[in-house]
Ligand binder design. Structure first.
Ligand SMILES: [Zn+2]
Ligand SMILES: [Zn+2]
Length: 409
């Protein structure tokens, strides 16, 4: 099968930019817990761009990869085509649980116990024809302290598929059964399912603090920022302030006419290009005016720029929350006394998705209209065959792309 791969980095050796496409053997059920999915679409995110470019932090992570070369891709949707014995039992429990909300599936599964369904010859064909799937690609150990207290998203032995083990930019992908999410056909479009991993990061960030009826700021209006705006709006935020900084080919005009326009469609009330000094001052002034001199309840850092940290210090209210998803490079000096302790601010680092709390929350928002909104507003800008991955990365480099899907033929 076709797969987009990158060689595992080797200590002391150069790790050149780019990916390769190669023929790899199809994954097979080996362990009882294995699930094989036929990939409908993979999605590209900033992490993939970082791997493509050979970014140092990712190179370090990938030194402990379990395979070589590594199949890239951790955002995807697909269809289950095979499963090991215990995997089938787990999937049967999932399908029965799921059928409670779908009449057609309920009828098909009537009278079945998880055990009888798992051993039914028609179960796999049923999964194949009636369901779409994806998986949480952070594979956790299940035995460390965090895993045991239900905080799998911070498992200390996490292996990320598509980064440290084979991922999903290929015809088939193998995942552990307990990481699988099932969806009925037509429940959520498979194009949207294919980037729920990324949307889960935005959801986790926004819902890390109360949002209903609150004022919030989204710092960074890239793909993650736009999703955070949509999530905040759907979760009931009262006012949404957005900032981003034009630079290079991403001119002020382009920022305003494209990303800020989309941000407003998703629910942003005010957008500011903080690369322009007068707009930066207007950002602070507007937050003050619109929050009765209080500041926002929460700010979400989606840009990975330390400049935005300084802006956050000026706009988050005393006792407010600063949640960080964007990944900055290097270090920053912080006045902890002034900006955190005396302001009573909570700083929250966001990693991955809460398993499966974030997934449940995101699914609810998507079904309440967010999926339709993403589909209707051109959030998926490119859908390309796997082989055209270079075009995908070129579009992202030009700043012309939001979500890009890669589809195996
Ligand atoms: Zn991603
Ligand atoms: Zn663990």
């Amino acid at each position: 099968m076709k797969a987009i791969v990158k060689p595992k980095p080797v200590n002391g050796q150069a790790w050149p930019a780019g990916f390769q496409i190669m023929d790899k053997p199809e994954p097979r059920v080996e362990a009882p817990n294995d699930v094989i999915m036929k990939v409908f679409a993979g999605a590209v995110c900033g992490t993939d761009v970082g791997i493509y470019n050979g970014k140092e932090s990712l190179r370090t992570m990938m030194l402990k990869a379990l395979t070589d070369p590594i199949t890239i891709g951790h955002e995807f949707s697909g269809i289950i085509v095979d499963a090991g014995k215990s995997a089938r039992a787990h999937l049967a429990r999932l399908a029965i649980e799921k059928s409670k909300t779908n009449k057609e599936i309920k009828k098909l599964l009537r009278g079945k116990s998880p055990r009888s369904l798992a051993s039914d010859k028609k179960f796999l064909p049923l999964l194949e024809t009636k369901f779409f799937s994806t998986a949480e690609m952070h594979v956790t150990c299940g035995t460390c302290h965090q895993c045991r207290i239900g905080e799998k998203h911070v498992c200390r032995n996490t292996i990320i598929k598509g980064v440290q083990d084979d991922g999903a930019w290929s015809t088939y992908v193998k995942v552990p059964a307990e990481n699988v999410r099932l969806f009925f056909q037509r429940e959520i479009p498979p194009e949207i399912i294919s980037f729920m991993d990324a949307l889960g990061n935005a959801t986790h960030t926004v819902l890390s603090a109360p949002v209903k009826g609150r004022t919030v700021a989204v710092l960074g209006c890239g793909v993650q920022g736009l999703m955070a705006i949509a999530v905040a709006k759907h979760a009931g935020a009262k006012k949404i302030f957005v900032s981003d900084a034009s630079h290079g080919e991403d001119t002020h005009e382009k920022l305003v006419s494209r990303r800020f326009a989309l941000a407003k469609t998703y629910g942003a009330d005010f957008c500011f290009d903080v690369a322009l000094e007068d707009e930066r001052l207007a950002f602070f002034e507007t937050v003050k005016r619109e929050t009765d001199n209080t500041g926002v309840d929460a700010a979400y850092e989606m840009s990975g720029s330390y400049k935005a940290y300084n802006d956050a210090a000026r706009i988050v209210r005393m006792g407010g929350i600063f949640s960080l998803l964007g990944i900055p490079s290097g270090t920053l000096q912080v006045d902890f006394a002034k900006n955190i302790i005396f302001s009573g601010i909570t700083v929250h680092g966001i990693i991955g998705r809460r398993v499966f709390q974030t997934w449940d929350q995101m699914e609810e928002l998507l079904k309440a209209g967010m999926a339709k909104q993403f589909m209707k507003t051109g959030f998926i800008t490119h859908q390309l065959p796997l082989e055209k991955y270079e075009d995908a990365f070129a579009a992202i480099r030009r700043g012309d792309a939001y979500k890009v899907l890669l589809k195996p033929s």
